[in-house]
Design a protein around this ligand. Structure first.
Ligand code: PEP
Ligand code: MN
Length: 338
């Protein structure tokens, strides 16, 4: 429930509401606004009884929250959140970030060469999968901890923070010890036990949208992480599965301006997994910038033709440098005709 106070509510009136919420066994969260204070009620697992608030002075409105999320919503947290990955700030309205790197860490040389290339072109964060959620078991499953070591080494060598995917709870502690951000892939977006544990790691989380997840489910998944105490969450739109099979997925770019209204958490876009084709990555990365995304994540490989995973959607270093150039120009406006 959200308790909206009247414009001129006194400290005493607000205090009485906070006490009433606590007496019910819930946690009150004051939300200061420009014109009035609101108080969020946390900890209830069902309908909050209005009776204890009925005679309290200074209350304008009681709003029951029927959505499965609160902490991620702007109702409970109106100001934009800023998520810090290493030294990089990610947030709505900030300079958009570019996360780049191989789908999968294949070798020390491969990830180092990619790291050098993306750093030289201006990427802010290095990505690379060590633990890979592959569709079938007869494909390359990633190098595991050995791959993580190479990714850490490459990030340090070029001075970029790193993000990498985790799939199991037992991976969280060792990965959080060396990575700057932990990724939850589309296939694990509703792995609720994993999400709850990510609430305790003290590192930012990059949560990707499940391939068939509604936005309500996506936000509810993020809510699990925030509810356990970690508000450093970046959401990532990576395309959804629709009737259309011409491309790998359907990039749902409307979610960017929509989620900006709904949540304070930053949203980035991954055009690589959405499109599945390298020739379409740059135009859609630009589109993501234009609609206000807090950043993009793209796959880059030194030799895409021989990549062990997702080669067709990976840019080579020259392609990535070109993308960076086009992204820098993307928010410009055409000059009016002479
Ligand atoms: C990835 O980013 O490496 C990945 C596996 O993507 P997704 O979870 O979006 O399929
Ligand atoms: Mn991939």
């Amino acid at each position: 429930m959200l308790i909206v106070m009247v414009h001129k509510a006194t400290q005493e009136q607000v205090g009485a509401v906070l006490d009433a919420v606590r007496r019910l066994g819930y946690t009150p969260q004051p939300i200061p606004g420009e014109n009035r204070v609101a108080i969020g009620v946390l900890g209830n697992q069902g309908y909050v009884d209005e009776e204890p608030f009925r005679d309290l002075p200074g209350i304008q409105e009681l709003i029951h929250v029927t959505k499965p999320y609160k902490l991620v919503s702007r109702d409970f947290h109106p100001a934009d959140s800023v998520v810090r990955v290493g030294g990089i700030a990610v947030g709505w309205g900030l300079a958009p970030i570019v996360i780049a790197g191989p789908c999968t860490v294949e070798s020390r040389d491969q990830v180092l060469a990619t790291a050098r290339a993306v750093k030289a072109a201006g990427a802010g964060i290095l990505r690379g999968g060590a633990f890979k959620p592959r569709t079938g078991p007869h494909t390359f499953q990633g190098l595991g901890y050995e791959g993580l070591e190479y990714l850490v080494e490459a990030g340090r060598a070029v001075g970029l923070p790193i993000v990498t995917e985790v799939m199991r709870i037992d991976q969280l502690e060792p990965v959080a010890a060396v990575a700057d951000c932990l990724q939850v892939g589309a296939r694990n977006m509703q792995n609720f036990d994993l999400l709850k544990e990510l609430g305790h790691i003290g590192k930012p989380v990059l949560l990707k949208r499940g391939m068939s997840a509604t936005l309500e489910e996506f936000l509810a998944a993020a809510e699990y992480i925030l509810l356990e105490g970690n508000d450093q969450v970046i959401l990532c739109e990576r395309g959804i599965r629709t009737f259309e099979r011409a491309l790998r997925n359907t990039l749902d770019l409307g979610v960017v301006p929509f989620l900006r209204q709904v949540t304070h958490l930053p949203v980035i876009v991954d055009p690589s997994h959405a499109l599945g084709r390298r020739d379409l990555v740059t135009p859609m990365a630009k589109a993501a910038f234009v609609v206000g995304a807090a950043g993009v994540m793209v796959e880059v490989h030194p030799d895409p033709a021989h990549a062990l995973c997702d080669g067709p959607q990976s840019l080579d270093p020259a392609g990535f440098a070109q993308l960076m150039g086009e992204l820098r120009a993307a928010r410009g406006v055409a000059a009016s005709g002479a």
